[in-house]
Design a binder for this molecule. Structure first.
Ligand SMILES: [Zn+2]
Length: 388
């Protein structure tokens, strides 16, 4: 499956129809939710039975493409089911909330009701049932058959997320790399290459602060307040775009270099280390998203991704397997056993790689006779001259 995002340029009439469809879907969702929130048992048939009733009572529901409404039915159904599963596991869960206008920003055409036409150069037309022929800028042609189109409004701009069943083939390289995701650098690989944190949030912080102040000074309900809120969300939009850009570039670069990439299993890592992370860095790093990107790009290119338990990867000496304490502020791994020295993150990345390849070093106690000490110091000299 491939996903592409395209900008739509609806005219005034189409924009009104899109807004109308959004609002109608939202109302349908809320009405169905109102009917179902208190039910103990819910099945799919029950939800489907409500739609025809809605259409009879309220003619406006007939003016929206029926399958987009049906899609909301399914969405509600899967939300409710997910909630029930959580409840079943003994988790404390609340009820689903009614969706306000600001939060309901997508409508989905699944399987039918749309047609995507490519005219010439980057111009295209997206035909949507009950909306019309919308101008669309196609920076590339979606490969394969289009399966679903989601229309989303982001800060008064309209976008189509087109999902097709094509396969993009990415070329890959020959390296085998371990990757350490960290606080000091965004990532360090087992060859010592670094990618620094983009610090996007930090760079935008001043603008965000000003926009926030600006918003708080405006009177509630005033036009200026709406304006101020819009300019704030535009900054956030820009931030999201920049971050996605960074993640795409970084993950594609790795795929191009490697045939095997070993990463830490983040589910385990987050539990161990997250409390130490700087909140701003977390906002920027989106490691989960990065790993997801690596994974789907690996599927399209034939690169193997191996996830390993990050336990002890920072504490282990990648040279002899000795394990020692490594507080967060210690930047260099200095092995107490074999005197090996290396930049902390690179040492971890090598351990991660070894773990992934099943080549974990087990610690062997070194005899302290004079001959082995002599060998060690030579080895140490060689190793410390290596750059991180
Ligand atoms: Zn060592």
């Amino acid at each position: 499956m491939l996903s592409n995002k395209f900008r739509l340029y609806p005219n005034k009439e189409q924009t009104e129809k899109l807004e109308f469809a959004l609002d109608t879907c939202r109302q349908a969702y809320n009405m169905m939710l109102g009917e179902l929130n208190d039910q103990v048992v819910i099945d799919r048939n029950m939800i489907q039975a409500i739609l025809p009733d809605l259409k009879i009572c309220e003619p406006r529901f007939r003016e929206v493409y029926s399958k987009t409404l049906q899609y909301e039915c399914y969405r509600l159904f899967s939300n409710l089911s997910a909630l029930r599963v959580l409840k079943g596991k003994g988790k404390r869960v609340g009820q689903l909330k009614f969706q306000g206008k600001k939060f309901f920003t997508t409508i989905t055409y699944n399987q039918s009701g749309f047609e995507l036409e490519h005219t010439y150069k980057k111009n295209g037309r997206l035909k949507l049932s009950k909306i019309g022929d919308i101008k669309v800028k196609l920076h590339r042609i979606p490969e394969g058959k289009v399966k679903q189109i989601t229309i989303k409004r982001i800060n008064d701009k309209w976008f189509a997320f087109v999902i097709s069943d094509g396969k993009k083939v990415l070329e890959h390289g020959n390296k085998v790399l371990g990757i350490d995701l960290g606080i000091n650098s965004y990532l360090v690989d087992s060859e010592g290459n670094k990618v620094e944190h983009p610090k996007l949030y930090e760079k935008m912080q001043r603008r965000l602060r000003i926009a926030n102040q600006n918003l708080s000074r405006k009177k509630k309900g005033s036009k200026n307040r709406i304006k101020a809120r819009k300019s704030l969300s535009k900054i956030y939009e820009k931030l999201t775009n920049q971050r996605n850009d960074f993640l795409h570039k970084t993950s594609t670069n790795l795929i191009k270099k490697c045939k095997i990439i070993v990463v830490e299993d983040l589910n385990i890592k987050s539990m161990m280390e997250q409390k130490y992370f700087n909140a701003k860095n977390i906002a920027d790093s989106s490691w989960n998203k990065f790993i997801q990107m690596l994974e789907y790009k690996s599927e399209n290119s034939g690169v193997q991704i191996i996830k390993v338990n990050p336990k002890d990867t920072t504490k282990t000496c990648s040279n002899c397997g000795h394990i020692q304490k490594m507080p967060l502020w210690v930047r260099t791994y200095k092995c107490e056993n074999c005197l090996f020295e290396m930049c902390r993150d690179k040492n971890s990345a090598i351990n991660i790689k070894n773990k992934g390849l099943g080549e974990e070093i087990t610690y062997v106690e070194i005899m302290s006779d004079s001959s082995s000490e002599g060998q060690l110091s030579m080895k140490q000299e060689a190793l410390t001259s290596m750059e991180c």
